[in-house]
Design a protein around this ligand. Sequence first.
Ligand code: NAD
Ligand code: DAU
Length: 352
Amino acid sequence: MKRVLVTGGAGFIGSNFVQFLLRERPELERLVNLDLLTYAGNLENLLPVQGDKRHVFVHGDIRDRALVKELFDRYDFDTVVHFAAESHVDRSILEPELFLTTNVVGTQSLLDAAKNHWNLDPGNKHSRDYKPGVVYLQVSTDEVYGALGKTGFFTETTPLAPNSPYSASKAGADLVVRAYHRTYGLPVNITRCSNNYGPYQFPEKLIPLMLHNAQQGKELPVYGDGMQIRDWLHVHDHCAAILTVLEKGVRGEVYNIGGNNERANIEIVRLILDRLGKPESLIRHVQDRPGHDRRYAIDNGKITSQLGWAPEYSFERGMEETIEWYLQNPGWVERVTSGAYLDYVHKMYGGD
Ligand code: NAD
Ligand code: DAU
């Protein structure tokens, strides 16, 4: 891996990955970071790599096929790590079309550019020969598998059964990636990770939203009974898993990523209130999310046994560091929660 295209590298996981990869792989020649800077993308997340000449930020849209081709021609990437997406389930319920164009059509635009640039005989539909060492990695999610009952785990062979417009768009993208591998022989991997937490997460997602509201003494909106379960992984461990798949993964394979760390939402909300010394009377049970998945849990046996990855963070350490990061960076939260964010909060939760 010498020249990498990262998409969505100004968002939560993408910006953590850009920082991680530049730190972990000093031999990297170039990392081009293509991001549209939607409400979820923030150049401030990239301040730690500002002086690194290997990092080039490009403000643009993954659906802009001419731009994507131009970037391939100019930088001759050998690796693509595709994070860019509309990523928030509640927004997908309000605006599904945007999720389909960004997440499905955007993915196909990148796949075409990679196939055309990397195939040794691109005019020949039967050619399955590619430049050596190239790889396209699709960053997907455990949500494509749908919801679990009280028991069981998602494995890589669990049938796809997405329940929200967001997860349907991610599942659609995964199927297109799979088809490019089967039909054209494109060297790809798909990773499906569970819920991430850590620094730079936009405060529309559970942990930073609850932290933000608790700090401000506002109510904490818990959907339904709050007994829905998610399998939480620190973003650092997700980044390390992606690097492992890039370097050791078998092309064409799907790898689930998760930390064996199931928690009910209400447990997390109570932990945050307790850590901030705020009263539980701030909890407000609100109407449930339509189509809300009850439980996610990842079987990470394939990536741990075949590629040797394992999470480093305990949930206790990860949450303590994350809460501390948000407490130490009130300016970041203030800046990203102005303007368009306030309109969204009003639409979602009502009130002022
Ligand atoms: P995010 O919403 O924080 O960031 C998404 C980034 O994509 C933003 O910087 C945004 O500006 C950019 N973007 C959106 N549309 C674009 C477009 N058309 N062209 C270029 N850039 C565009 O998302 P995240 O939470 O960091 O998630 C990143 C990826 O990881 C997504 O693909 C998501 O599905 C996947 N994922 C997320 C989680 C999680 O818990 N957050 C877990 C598993 C997988
Ligand atoms: O599982 C991976 C997925 O995790 C990623 O693919 C998505 O991009 C990411 O957004 C996340 O999806 P979730 O829907 O699980 O995350 P969210 O933070 O929105 O919600 C977590 C849980 O908390 C979920 O059960 C809904 C609940 N919740 C969320 C919000 C925002 C509440 O109870 N109240 C809230 O206000």
